[in-house]
Design a protein around this ligand. Sequence first.
Ligand SMILES: NC(=O)c1ccc[n+]([C@@H]2O[C@H](COP(=O)([O-])OP(=O)(O)OC[C@H]3O[C@@H](n4cnc5c(N)ncnc54)[C@H](O)[C@@H]3O)[C@@H](O)[C@H]2O)c1
Length: 337
Amino acid sequence: MFSFNVVGGTVARDIIGAARREIVEVVRSAYLTHHAGQSVNPNSYFLRFPDKPSARIIALPAYLGGDYGVAGIKWIGSFPQNIERNVPRASAVLLLNDYETGYPFACLEASQISAARTAASAVLGAEELLGSRKARRIAVVGSGVIGRNIVEFFAARDWEVEEFSVFDKVEQYAGLFCDHIRTTIGAAAQPAASLEAAIKGADVVVLATTAAEPYITDPGAFAPGQVVLNVSLRDIDPGIILSSHNILDDVDHCLTANTSPHLAEQASGSRDFIDGTLGGLMLGEVSIGADKPRIFSPFGLGVLDLAVGGFVFGRAVEQQTVVPIDGFFGETERWSS
Ligand SMILES: NC(=O)c1ccc[n+]([C@@H]2O[C@H](COP(=O)([O-])OP(=O)(O)OC[C@H]3O[C@@H](n4cnc5c(N)ncnc54)[C@H](O)[C@@H]3O)[C@@H](O)[C@H]2O)c1
């Protein structure tokens, strides 16, 4: 009852690498549990720094009921300037708490878990919005850890993709990403000469940049029926959001923190532009046409970290790759008997 274990990032990475298909199903079922109201997912708390305006550390506390029965918190730092030293932007830990006693029982390195749940969610969104796993071309804008994970999850779900086109404001990063796609996934990949060239004609557009404000402003940037995975949340002008179909992961969450849907709500004074949530789409409660671009904006829910973190922890226990911390709790009896 009073055990406490640590799961390191290399263990988490190996477990995730061998189980991407299962993780997509874990994320699907977490969405449905959340949709059924069997969760508590308060607003994320953003710690910001006056002298480092682009950096933040976010706390995502949550409880996931249903088959999961686990609470916890992810604490994830985002320091975009890390990439100039070839260090990943995000770093994270996840604490899992036992729902019977409230006691924490695990601490996991969580940048891998967070990237996996984000990628699984994006690929689920693409499958629901496109209605197939076939794309002539997928455009990825932003050549970082998240874009890479999303492409790896497309591959793990056996998507048939003729070609990836990649755009990054730093040409070198797009080149490295294309090399990775060719060598690791075995798919065709080309750097695009411009944002417009990447997006034009793609069946699916993945936005995974670190843009803080909208820069996709052309009202015709996305074609009717084109599927847009708005993972980085702040790239798209609110006017485009208002003239598109919009599926969110959670409406209240997504309409915060100056995301493009949040700006669209502020500009229009209403939420009428939202068609529904991914959970609703999965259950057939919502349907959308191909008469406008179809945009999925996942804010990123703490319940998904709990679901994937719980899965990784379970696998690490089975494989005996957890690190037990003996005597972690200093007092296990209220009064000595
Ligand atoms: N919605 C979610 O659940 C969720 C979860 C995790 C991360 N994210 C977001 O995903 C994004 C990507 O994360 P990452 O770890 O891959 O970051 P990263 O810093 O490793 O990569 C981002 C890339 O985007 C490029 N970029 C920045 N602005 C650009 C622009 N305007 N046009 C083209 N390229 C541009 C950068 O050069 C960089 O290569 C972040 O914004 C992060 O907040 C979202």
